[in-house]
Design a protein around this ligand. Sequence first.
Ligand SMILES: Cc1cc2nc3c(=O)[nH]c(=O)nc-3n(C[C@H](O)[C@H](O)[C@H](O)COP(=O)(O)OP(=O)(O)OC[C@H]3O[C@@H](n4cnc5c(N)ncnc54)[C@H](O)[C@@H]3O)c2cc1C
Length: 405
Amino acid sequence: MSDVSSYDVCIVGGGMIGAALGCALGDSGMRVAVLEAQLPDEIDADDPPDLRVSAITRASQNLFAAVGAWPGMVARRVSPYRHMTVWDARGEGQIEFDAADVGEDDLGYIIENRVVQLALLARLRGFENVELIAPCRLGHIDWHDAGARVELDDGRILDTRLVVGADGARSRVREMAGIGTQGWNYDQHGLVCAVRPEFSHRNTAWQRFLATGPLAFLPLSDGRCSIVWSTSPEEIERLQGLSDAEFSRALAEALDYRLGQVLEVGPRAAFPLRLMNAEEYVAPGLALVGDAAHNIHPLAGQGANLGFMDVAALAEVLNDAYLRKRNLGGLPTLRRYARWRKGEVLTMMAAMDGLKRLFGSGVSGVGNLRRLGLSITNSTILLKGILTRRAMGLAGDLPGLARRN
Ligand SMILES: Cc1cc2nc3c(=O)[nH]c(=O)nc-3n(C[C@H](O)[C@H](O)[C@H](O)COP(=O)(O)OP(=O)(O)OC[C@H]3O[C@@H](n4cnc5c(N)ncnc54)[C@H](O)[C@@H]3O)c2cc1C
């Protein structure tokens, strides 16, 4: 006979987003399972930086602090950035943001994805009501009136009132639920790599808009920078084929030598970039969070942050429903989450897509507009303050867990 366990919530995916949701439901009284296919290896202080890093907003940091995972990130390694400089390769336009202008110590943190995930998973293990089932392979899911039956490849069966798909962009949960997606591929890939520049990065996030796409240098704690170079697939192939010395020269030139030469480059990897939004974020017995629900262009480093706000919103809705003894997997409960997040995600998608097009256009009228826009914004303190607060994730309808504790 198969082994059947019962849960209130079964989260498929223990990446950064799924692990954060597990923590946000810690001590809630609900029985929670987090299923993860592959656990990450622990990071040693002298390990070179990972390829995948995220610019973490203040709102996401507030969530990590509220669930008790922030100290675990600081103990591993995090890198605050205090300034941001954005400029256009085709003209004079430049804009600078400074944490001091909005009365803050920093604008956010650059953190390796593995550090975020490890700290959240470590915290999650401390909650008695949350069970991490890993490594495991998902078999299939059958939804029924009272929730769903989740079957693992090893024969284990989990009965749950709600399944949460936190299993990334190619979500099998989304696919099994028959939820389609809308969106398009940008004709761009993002090349990522850790590099050591000649000059100090001065805790500044640097971003230059080239005609072919944006190039970002994000400051890391050991003096290196994590770069994201978004450009055409053909150009990515060319860059991937360069020797380290040639790639270093290309990179220094593309950043207009703002950090001097590039002295050292690590391994390179590239990811296709797309805009994707799931047609529905919820269905009876199902909610989608993070990349399973939406993907955006990484040019303003907001993808994972959107996912963390999904987590904070869904946890708030579920905690509220649980206290009121409402059906956790029922549409009246889940629609509150979907309505809340869809509006926020669409606003961010439109902003990122607009920026991508504005800076990607070679039409001269658009170039003038871009220059004018950057100079006006740079000299208007009020507008800059509004943009800075938005970039820190502090604007919009923030869930309680994402507000300052
Ligand atoms: C080049 C690049 C740069 C980026 N920079 C930033 C940035 O600066 N800031 C930012 O906010 N965002 C950034 N993003 C976006 C960010 O990386 C993603 O939004 C984030 O990683 C999504 O996390 P997730 O947990 O939803 O999905 P994933 O990271 O894909 O995690 C999914 C997890 O589910 C597990 N899983 C999958 N299927 C199953 C299954 N069947 N059973 C069990 N487990 C399963 C996987 O093992 C994995 O651990 C960037 C993206 C790119 C491509």
